[in-house]
Design a protein around this ligand. Structure first.
Ligand code: CP
Length: 307
């Protein structure tokens, strides 16, 4: 059974296939064609954290193709101690064609993969945000053309979004550079896992944001304190201040470089209004593509071919 729980689980061929499905169905939907490829299918979402893009993009994606969705908080689902995780996963799996999870701990995703008996989608965990990374590849492909050989510079915390993007870049032949303070970079053992999977992967890290963006086709950032790290907000604000993506930093990147953000943004913290709302920004296209990528993921997981 296929799952979409981690970019590391995917092959380059899987990523190409999902991107093709997503791009094909995006083109059809834009022309007003909404084929009922998922008629009668049910998607269950179980979220421990708030969400705008992930929740609504998946719910819209399945509805547009004739399916339906159910949204549960972790308390609704009984994951606050009412019954065992394995029992919740087994029961929900009998009602669902896919389960989308948004969790604090990736362990919950692993438990659902083990017990649910239906495809499980990671809608963000502490370890990764593969749905975001996949849709970012779609946006990059539309914006820059062929991905191989292009460079993505991620400026900020080596968080779940950065981790999934590093793998996504490796799988598509893109170069990935992270600029982050010492202590906030990607762990050596995680980089080793990527290198084992894709020996040709070009991954680098630096503490210098200006060095990272020089030569970048895309400059990406995310909030400095992710959900669950609110207590570290003040410390992180100081540590990451030199990593703000502003006009001066973007001026160090090639003229054609695009600015990317997964949103939600803390405006004038990790990115200035000028950059986020400026002509190089493709942040809203990224958000829209969450829905188009979601359709590709849903179709791919059930081996539904777009006729
Ligand atoms: N980028 C993203 O995952 O947005 P939400 O938190 O709104 O789902």
């Amino acid at each position: 059974m296929k799952h979409f729980d981690s970019m590391v689980r995917l092959s380059s061929a899987d990523v190409s296939e999902i991107l093709k499905l997503a791009a094909d169905i995006k083109s059809r939907v834009r022309q007003g064609d909404r084929p009922r490829l998922l008629g009668g299918r049910v998607m269950t979402l179980v979220f421990e954290k708030p969400s705008l893009r992930t929740r609504v993009s998946f719910e819209a994606a399945v509805a547009q193709l004739g399916g339906s969705s159910l949204f549960l908080t972790n308390a609704d689902a009984g994951l606050s101690g009412r019954e065992s995780v394995a029992d919740v996963a087994r029961v929900l799996g009998t009602y669902s064609d896919w389960i989308v999870l948004r969790t604090f701990s990736h362990k919950l995703v692993d438990q659902f993969v083990q017990h649910a008996g239906c495809p499980v989608i990671n809608g963000l965990s502490d370890q990764g945000h593969p749905c975001q990374a996949l849709s970012d590849l779609l946006t990059l492909q539309e914006t820059l053309g062929a991905l191989a050989g292009k460079t993505l510079a991620f400026v900020g915390d080596g968080n779940n979004v950065a981790r999934s993007l590093a793998v996504a870049c490796a799988l598509t032949g893109m170069k990935f550079t992270l600029a982050a303070p010492a202590g906030y970079q990607l762990a050596a053992d995680f980089l080793e896992i990527i290198k084992q999977k894709v020996p040709t992967a070009e991954l680098s890290q630096t503490t210098d944001p200006r060095a990272a963006v020089a030569g970048a086709d895309a400059v990406y950032t995310d909030v400095w304190a992710s959900m669950g790290q609110e207590a570290e907000q003040d410390k992180r604000k100081q540590v990451f201040a030199p990593y703000q993506v502003n006009a001066a930093l973007m001026a160090r990147a090639p003229k054609h470089a695009r600015f990317m953000h997964c949103l939600p943004a803390r405006r004038n913290m990790e990115v200035t209004d000028e950059v986020l709302d400026g002509p190089s920004s493709i942040a809203i296209a990224q958000a829209e593509n969450r829905m188009h990528a979601a359709r590709g993921i849903l179709l791919w997981l059930l081996d539904v071919k777009s006729p």
